[in-house]
Design a protein around this ligand. Structure first.
Ligand code: NAP
Length: 255
């Protein structure tokens, strides 16, 4: 029984591309997928050293990796990035659209640039990366795309109209793509994390942290690994009949 359970979580023979994989949730995801047996393409935008160090670390554990620089919001860079990854590791069978940024501020004071940049990274980035790998997945009649949304996309948040719109957009994108690609055997899902201990949340003011902890039934923030394990599950054969789902991984914050 134990062997069966292990097998359905196995990802050997799979090739994963994780965007924004140098740190935070992306790094934990690259590690979780590698631990399950996948080869991993590590995308970064600016964290070159951290990406190379992750690749060395995974390489020393026998994982095939490639590091690919590229801005997910730029169509040409995404094409190049996917080309380099596939040349090194073979056709991508798992895509994790993790790259994301925040540019917080009240909507009435938010600049158009701050609005556009957040949407471009999270939403256009996921669209471009998915488009770049979907043809191969459809031909192979299999594959998994996992989008990293947020509890904020489900509930909204004062001061994060751009981020909430991007993350809510990702949910609509996930469900639409799941409908389009399902008949070709490609599954598309999303996770909606609550607050996770990463660089993104490092600067939250103390009073906001307290408020979040009060509203979270589990009474603590998540570790990146707790999000990564759900992403790895969604990528695995254990989730073979799940598509178009948005899985909250938020300690109950979004109830
Ligand atoms: P993080 O530590 O700030 O990392 C963000 C990652 O995104 C970095 O690796 C960064 O790459 C990459 N990135 C940003 N813009 C990019 C671009 N244009 N092209 C390629 N990569 C880009 O954040 P995190 O907390 O791990 O967040 C990861 C994802 O989870 C994001 O989508 C975030 O919205 C979502 N999320 C986070 C939380 C949370 O509480 N932390 C909660 C819900 C959802 P470089 O370092 O190379 O620039």
């Amino acid at each position: 029984m134990e062997t069966e359970t292990n097998n359905i979580h196995r990802l050997s023979g799979q090739v994963a591309l994780v965007t924004g994989a140098a740190r935070g949730i992306g790094k934990a995801t690259a590690e979780a997928l590698a631990l399950a047996g996948a080869d991993v393409a590590i995308n970064y935008q600016s964290s070159r050293e951290a990406s190379e160090s992750l690749a060395r670390d995974l390489g020393s554990r026998g994982v095939r990796t490639v590091v690919v620089q590229g801005d997910v919001a730029d169509a040409d860079q995404v094409k190049t990035m996917v080309g380099v990854a596939e040349e090194a590791l073979g056709p991508i069978t798992i895509l994790v659209n993790n790259a994301g940024i925040t540019r917080d501020g009240l909507a009435m004071r938010m600049s158009v640039e701050d609005f556009d940049e957040v949407i471009a990274t999270s939403l256009r980035g996921a669209f471009l990366c998915s488009k770049a790998v979907a043809r191969g997945m459809m031909k192979a009649r299999g594959g998994a795309i996992i989008n990293v949304s947020s509890v904020i996309g489900r509930r909204g948040n004062a001061g994060q109209a751009n981020y909430a719109a991007a993350k809510a957009g990702l949910i609509g994108f996930t469900k639409s793509l799941a409908r389009e690609l399902g008949p070709r055997g490609v599954r598309v899902n999303a996770v909606a994390p609550g607050y996770v201990v990463t660089d993104m949340t490092a600067e939250l003011p103390e009073n906001m942290k307290e408020q979040i902890l009060k509203s979270t039934p589990l009474g603590r923030l998540a570790s990146p690994e707790e999000i990564a394990s759900v992403i790895a599950f969604l990528a695995s054969p254990a989730a073979a009949y799940i598509t178009g789902a948005v899985i909250p991984v938020d300690g109950g914050l979004g109830i």
